[in-house]
Design a protein around this ligand. Structure first.
Ligand code: HEM
Length: 133
């Protein structure tokens, strides 16, 4: 099966309530009929018309059920090298950078807290056992 390639011009030409394409993870979906059924409302999807909706779609944390609806609305693959900067790659890289920074911060606390307690204990022992001399 050869997949249709959707151009940026086509994506932008289908950006009204009566004819709406949406771009998620480098694929274009026809959500015209789905708009009224969307649990998150039609405005949020409409506001992503003509651009890359990947980030908005992922930020909501859509369920697997929501993701399973996508193939049924597929129009085709979005053209590579379009003037529209695709978010999937960059957004994913940024998300992993942020989470690894949080992990690093967390682990340095995990490292210093017990060390501080140990130092405090030795300090306490020094003063209680060493004081008479
Ligand atoms: C074709 C694409 C989309 C499909 C198939 C879809 C499907 C769904 C489904 C099934 C839910 C119910 C909760 C769940 O199962 O996760 C939902 C909720 C939601 N969606 Fe989407 N969605 C799409 C695109 C979008 C986009 C582009 C946005 C944001 C711009 C969006 C925003 C929301 C919000 C905010 C909710 C939460 C509603 C609530 O809990 O009150 N959705 N969507």
């Amino acid at each position: 099966m050869s997949e249709k390639i959707v151009t940026l011009a086509e994506l932008r030409a289908n950006s009204t309530k009566d004819n709406l394409y949406i771009l998620i993870h480098e694929k274009v979906y026809n959500v015209t009929k789905f708009l009224d059924e969307h649990p998150g409302g039609d405005e949020v999807i409409l506001s992503e018309a003509g651009q890359d909706a990947t980030e908005a779609f992922e930020d909501v944390g859509h369920s697997d059920e929501a993701r399973e609806l996508l193939p049924g609305m597929l129009v085709g693959e979005f053209e590579k090298n379009s003037e529209l900067k695709l978010k999937s790659g960059a957004a994913a890289a940024q998300a992993s950078r942020v989470s690894s920074a949080v992990v690093e911060q967390g682990s340095s606390v995990m490292y210093w807290a017990p060390l501080g307690l140990l130092a405090a204990w030795f300090g306490y022992r020094f003063y209680t056992t060493g004081a008479p001399y």
